[in-house]
Design a protein around this ligand. Structure first.
Ligand code: ACO
Length: 429
């Protein structure tokens, strides 16, 4: 793999490290023996220059605005594929043929129900509990119900756990929503496809007929595709780190959900929607753009900028299209928030401040408007993200467990605390 080396001079001594090339993207300097060679660690808070693993699942080129799942561009998958096909691709590495797809859909569908006793678990939560709090608790609790798929050394059990998680996440997410709004739980229907079944579990009530709108189900499915994986982001790295100790997959995914809950990660779409409401009308946009540019004002344009994308987030373009489709289908001709979003995007994309800093709309800019139009309250936005990202987490977890070179994750530190000192009895302090 390596055909070049990198030299590092430490204390006057040259050390040579191999440079490993990926199939595309930046090469990496393999410094695994640095401590043994020099007695030093590297220091990289936030892992901005550190590759923590080798992976074949997802590739991002932030400068170009490219996102590939197993080599396939996200826009092609969103336009022509569906979510379960994307799940198959992420898990197994290739798109399924017809027979493989049917078999996979059957296997996932078989697992959509959750143990009946788990529904009583929900009533332990306060009615006003945030649905993400319920998600962290109930997904972790799956390990207490499915003992026959927690042996991570057994490939069959790993696969059953993966299918269970993809299948049960919509059921659990819909139950968290129903509990939150005080309505009865709705059981899954296996004759509906993945996203249609989810919408029905969320929005049908026992007292009236509910017909799934296929345009909205397709939009939901596309939103799930867009969020399915995003290589080694914070929640995925959390899942890998938790799994590196040999923890069971249900516990690892619960850890990922906990990480995703943070506003800097999964919570930005809610913040973007709130910002558009706060702006309130198109004529107030210049005032907010000026605030975003003012160094002395902490205000930022939510839904703009990204740690990795220094170009248009490819998911944002698809989300914008989906947003128009959903509003069109629902007959929402004038959504003032959409008008503000489109005008704000136009102004910011032509403003030298945003152009020079390469600040473009990210996926969260249009997703809040779309999810709200679909009928979800803002508290559910991150739950939907967790539902979709579960397949990415599980694919990355499986890849890690099956990688013979992986060891327990154990970062080192730069210690700046007190040197060794002796204990002083309390009366002498
Ligand atoms: N509005 C105004 N200025 C911004 C914005 C913004 N949204 N984002 C970045 N900047 C400016 C910063 O002030 C900084 O300016 P400086 O160089 O003069 O100091 C420069 O652009 C670089 O910003 P950083 O914060 O250093 O970039 P970083 O890569 O660390 O942050 C982040 C990326 C957190 C996403 C940032 O752009 C941001 O806060 N955006 C708004 C929140 C948001 O939309 N988050 C969702 C991300 S997508 C996701 O998680 C699914």
């Amino acid at each position: 793999m390596a055909d070049t080396t990198a030299k590092l001079n430490v204390g006057g001594t040259d050390q040579e490290y191999s440079v490993l090339d990926g199939s595309i993207g930046p090469s990496v300097v393999n410094i695994a023996s640095l401590y043994k060679d020099t007695g030093m660690f590297t220091y990289d808070p936030g892992f901005t220059s550190t590759a923590s693993c080798e992976s074949k699942i997802t590739y991002i080129d932030g400068d170009e605005g490219t996102l590939l799942y197993r080599g396939y561009p996200i826009d092609q998958l969103a336009d022509h594929g569906d979510f379960l096909e994307t799940c198959y691709l992420l898990l197994y590495g290739d798109l399924p043929n017809k027979a493989e797809k049917n078999d996979f859909v059957d296997r996932v569908t078989y697992h959509t129900m959750i143990h009946e006793q788990m529904s009583r678990f929900f009533s332990g939560f306060r009615r006003d509990a945030h649905p993400m709090a319920i998600m962290v608790g109930t997904v972790g609790a799956l390990a207490a119900f499915y003992h026959d798929s927690t042996d991570i050394s057994d490939p069959h059990q790993r696969m059953i756990a993966s299918l269970r998680m993809i299948a049960k996440m919509p059921t659990i997410a819909a139950m968290a929503y129903k509990y939150h709004v005080g309505q009865p739980f709705v059981y899954p229907r296996n004759d509906l496809d993945y996203s249609a079944n989810f919408l029905r579990m969320c929005f049908s009530v026992p007292c009236e007929e509910y017909k799934v709108n296929p345009v909205l189900a397709r939009a939901m499915d596309r939103i799930f595709i867009l969020h399915a994986d995003h290589e080694q982001n914070a929640s995925t790295s959390t899942v890998r780190l938790a799994g590196s100790s040999g923890a069971n997959p249900f516990a690892c995914i619960a850890a990922g959900i906990a990480c995703l809950w943070g506003p800097a990660h999964g919570g930005a779409n809610e913040a973007a929607l709130n910002m558009l409401s706060e702006i309130g009308s198109v004529d107030r946009i210049p005032e907010f753009v000026a605030r975003a540019k003012d160094k002395n004002d902490p205000f930022r344009l939510m839904g703009f900028g990204h740690r990795v994308y220094k170009n248009y987030d490819p998911r944002a373009k698809i989300m914008q299209k989906t947003c128009h489709e959903v509003l069109g289908e629902l007959g929402i001709k004038d959504d003032p928030l959409l008008d503000i979003a489109m005008e704000l995007e136009k102004i910011a994309l032509n403003d030298p401040y945003f152009v020079e800093k390469k600040l473009y709309p990210n996926i969260d800019f249009y997703s809040g408007i779309t999810l709200r139009a679909l009928g979800f309250p803002t508290t559910m936005f991150t739950v939907l993200f967790a539902l979709a990202r579960t397949v990415g987490w599980i694919a990355q977890w499986k890849e890690m467990v099956e990688d013979p070179s992986q060891r327990i994750g154990r970062p080192r530190q730069l210690y700046t605390g007190s040197p060794k000192r002796d204990y002083t009895p309390i009366e002498q302090r």
